[in-house]
Design a protein around this ligand. Structure first.
Ligand SMILES: N[C@@H]1[C@@H](O)[C@H](O)[C@@H](COP(=O)(O)O)O[C@@H]1O
Length: 260
């Protein structure tokens, strides 16, 4: 796990975009893993800018969203399929046919979850997965107690997550109780994961998953077992870390040629 502490969202967006740009130049048909929430937005803004101003090309790329609410009607503005489209994929030249999301409206949800796993596998797996983290340590929608080996499946949201996400809906009553999410095992299969967390409200969560024990009670802690996990955080989110100075020292002394 590499922890990189940066001054703010702009620098975080630029560094994550650098990794995605380098990947696309090396492998134009790369498979990107996309996350919703506010944390990844600076990355999407920066990628859209590089596409518009520098012609960064997504025409052969593929993308898989992490998760989706169950039961929102197709086209609902807060369905993650729509959010991903609005915040990112409509702003670059990725082929809409190459952008995949779990289907939260399928009549047979378990079959749709299996099909989703199959489609990720068929494209050779995710090359770079962008992640945020919930205040309870969830990644995707893997709430506390999720199996560390889980695959795409249905989960029930914890009340705190529904409260956190109520800001996107008219009222908390409109936030679905159920979701479909890639599992922790699915996320662990990505070749590189880049998790972004900003703000003081994430400080304890970051401390728990970076420096606490690996445990299902804090799903993101599974990333301690990942071979290439990069954690991009701002000063506020880093404020409870015990080893913050060591992470800063390590990053400051990294060889210039070595990217995240
Ligand atoms: N399912 C998403 C997560 O993928 C995301 O990481 C989390 C944090 O969102 P934010 O970045 O807005 O704090 O929100 C939702 O619950």
């Amino acid at each position: 796990m590499e922890v990189v502490i940066l001054p703010g969202s702009k620098q975080i967006g630029a560094l994550a975009a650098d990794a995605i740009e380098a990947l696309l130049r090396r492998k134009p048909n790369a498979v990107l893993g996309l996350a919703t929430g506010s944390s990844p937005l600076p990355v999407y803004d920066e990628l859209a800018r590089r596409h518009q101003e520098k012609g960064l090309d997504f025409s052969q790329a593929h993308a898989f969203a992490l998760d989706e609410y169950v039961g929102l009607e197709p086209g609902h503005p807060e369905s993650y399929r729509e959010v991903i489209r609005r915040e990112f994929t409509d702003r670059v030249n990725i082929d809409p046919a190459n952008v995949h999301s779990p289907d939260g409206t399928a009549a047979d949800l378990p079959a749709a979850c299996e099909a989703y796993e199959d489609s990720i596998r068929a494209l050779g797996g995710v090359d770079l997965q962008i992640l945020g983290v919930g205040t309870d340590g969830h990644i995707g929608f893997n709430e506390p107690g999720s199996s560390l080996a889980s695959r795409t499946r249905i989960k029930t949201l914890i009340e705190q997550t529904r409260k956190d996400n109520a800001r996107f809906f008219k009222s908390i009553d409109d936030v679905p109780h159920h979701v479909v999410t890639q599992g922790l095992g699915t996320i662990m299969d990505a070749r590189h994961v880049v998790l972004i967390a900003t703000g003081a409200q994430k400080a304890q969560t970051v401390r728990d998953f970076v420096e606490g024990p690996v445990a299902a009670i804090c799903a993101a802690s599974v990333l301690q077992m990942h071979q290439h996990a990069t954690i991009l955080i701002d000063e506020a989110a880093a404020s409870s870390l015990k080893l913050a100075d060591y992470y800063r020292h390590t990053y400051d002394n990294k060889p210039k040629w070595q990217s995240i």
